[in-house]
Ligand binder design. Sequence first.
Ligand code: PAF
Length: 285
Amino acid sequence: MQVIKTVKDLQAAVAAYKKDGVSIGLVPTMGALHEGHGSLISAARKENDAVIVSVFVNPTQFGPTEDLDAYPRTLDADCEMAQALGADIVFAPSAREMYPSDDDTWVEVTGSITAVLCGRSRPTHFRGVTTVVSKLFLLAQPDRAYFGQKDAQQAEVLKRMVKDLFFPLELVVLPIVREADGLAKSSRNVYLSAEERKAALVLSRSLAGAAARFDAGERSGAALAQEVREQIEAEPLATIDYVEYYALPGLTEAAEPLTGDTLLAVAVRFGTTRLIDNVILEGNK
Ligand code: PAF
């Protein structure tokens, strides 16, 4: 496995792949790899001739008061894991390499899809994500790119970007990977104290409860969201950012009673750590 740090070297490697007709799977990450990323790399390994994993803590998707400096950086361990899972290249550029002219050029998906949920409390976040992912798509020229369902809004925004900008690739979204006790795997889980980690189980527990009620026939999105909200509010260490539901695809307002697929999503702070989790309520069930 090669570790590539410059745009020029990645472009050369990709040009060689393209010349040989090699299909490319790209797994964009910010590093601190865990089993959630592992599932993406393994899928990319199965479905493509070559696998590129990018490891880049993208400064433009962090707000001024967010955890850019504290975000875990574990490149050696990330490379070990990527190699063990069969990646061919880890692309780990510097910020200057990815943003050679500071922040003059942006790719932005506008409208309610980026304004709701995390877009409300992190107004510049998705613009940073779509900009860096566009750069990665243009550099790696993947046939397939892999993302996790935990970042459900990110996946919807990226699907819209791929469609609108005619990126010639398949965007693959894979299910949330959870700890044995239900906590969604996240690079930010390392910030949690033992008490906060225990308290954070309310997220998966309340969402699973809502999904079970939906499966049993409850079709009021408001009632399901309220039930989740009440359970989280009963947890003293939790501070709710949002508990909301939107229609899929596209995150438009969900009509009541729920008919099609609906995303029920939460963002909650435990101390200074903001966690997100979600469940898809499948309308055809
Ligand atoms: O999901 C992430 O880790 C990041 O938002 C991504 C897609 C790698 C862009 O920096």
